[in-house]
Design a protein around this ligand. Structure first.
Ligand SMILES: [Ca+2]
Ligand SMILES: [Ca+2]
Length: 224
């Protein structure tokens, strides 16, 4: 705070008023009163006491979830009781999942549980999908099981850059893919990795010098 010795009371007062104004406008913002765009409603059901790391864009998240239709409470999916009953991995903030998840699962700790209420515009919209009718508001109970460095993090880049020259060669990217596949229980497949590497370089090596630089790696064109 910008408090000077003289007039300090006055300055503090100004700060308090400004702060209160900020709070009320934030409140409006959160409640959606001033928003043209629909928002996700986030309720934290459980916050772990210890939190070493919070989720951010580009992180990989492992979650368990139950999804319900708000209209009648029908459960349309549960990762715990349906399918292979495994939690699911996805990367936050890259539109791999519905917008409601990208927006509603930021700043989350491992072990945290949230309830998200997602309007149709941030879910499956006018079309719906499978068991989800058009224009459905969805409710998700989500538990975050694990956070890992996503493919776009600085940590990932360092991990991939084996010779520390701040650029990634095709060989380095291939090695990384091999490791990632093994870590997730898949057997490495040379031919497949080479195809993936070529594909990655086609997209990421913008100046076509045969390397992915730190800038090329980190810079994202897509905004949410
Ligand atoms: Ca390198
Ligand atoms: Ca390049």
């Amino acid at each position: 705070m910008f408090i000077e010795k003289k007039n300090s009371v006055c300055h503090v007062y100004v700060c308090v008023v400004a702060y209160e104004q900020l709070c009320s406008s934030l409140l409006l913002y959160v409640s959606g009163a001033k928003l043209p765009e629909p928002e996700v409603k986030i309720e934290v059901l459980h916050k772990p006491f210890i939190c070493h790391r919070k989720t951010k864009f580009g992180d990989m998240l492992l979650i368990h979830y139950e999804g319900f239709l708000e209209s009648n409470g029908t459960m349309f999916h549960s990762s715990r009781t349906l399918g292979d009953k495994h939690p699911v991995w996805f990367t936050l903030g890259i539109k791999e999942v519905i917008k409601g998840w990208d927006k509603g699962l930021q700043g989350m700790c491992t072990g945290e549980k949230r309830k998200l209420t997602v309007p149709p515009a941030l879910a499956y919209g006018k079309e719906g999908k499978g068991k989800i009718p058009p224009e459905s508001t969805l409710i998700f109970d989500i538990e975050l099981m694990e956070i890992r460095n996503g493919p776009r993090s600085h940590e990932s880049f360092q991990e991939m850059d084996l010779n520390d020259d701040w650029k990634l060669s095709k060989l380095e990217v291939k090695e990384y893919l091999k490791k990632e596949f093994e870590r997730h229980g898949y057997s490495p497949n040379d031919t497949q990795h080479e195809v993936m590497v070529e594909d990655i370089f086609k997209k990421e090596d913008e100046d076509s010098d045969g390397y992915i630089s730190a800038r090329e790696f980190t810079y994202k064109h897509d905004e949410l």
